[in-house]
Design a protein. Structure first.
Length: 150
């Protein structure tokens, strides 16, 4: 099963689940994929960082130097776009990481020290616990919770 981030011609973003890449291609060519917001069948697959696999042993190839005109600064996302991205990140984490709840700091420490199975986890930690993890060099990230409309 593969999950792709998709976007329609009206810039509505949504997720599509497919058995494999070939099935996505077939459905896309036959215009069987439609935007759940507006119904448009002009849909494209967005680049997805999680779909990139780089071996840890091999450093990435250095970028080729090419003369390019200076790029303009990318525009930051609007508050609504940022909120949507944050919701998607939280959804991805809940679907792909084990919830260890308030034991996050303890579990992250055990994984880092090789005392527990290496696996993706998520949970909660106090500001003091996250500061201790940072001091110990244990990789983690604190994500803000998206504000949900009532």
């Amino acid at each position: 099963m593969v999950v792709y981030d998709l976007i329609c011609k009206k810039q509505h973003r949504f997720e599509g689940w497919f058995p494999n890449y070939e099935e996505f291609q077939k459905q896309s060519e036959k215009k069987l994929i439609s935007c759940p917001t507006c119904g448009s069948t002009k849909v494209e697959k967005l680049p997805h960082a999680c779909a990139v696999h780089v071996k840890k042993e091999e450093p990435p190839a250095p970028p080729k130097k090419q003369k390019q005109p200076p790029a303009s600064e990318p525009t930051p996302p609007s508050p609504a776009e940022f909120k949507e991205m944050l919701i998607q990140v939280h959804h991805y984490i809940k679907q792909n990481c084990e919830d260890v709840g308030p034991r996050f700091a303890e579990e992250a420490r055990q994984i880092h020290n090789g005392k527990a199975e290496e696996r993706p986890i998520h949970g909660t930690a106090t500001a003091e616990e996250t500061a201790e993890l940072a001091e110990e060099g244990i990789p983690h990230i604190v994500l803000p919770k998206p504000e949900l409309d009532s």
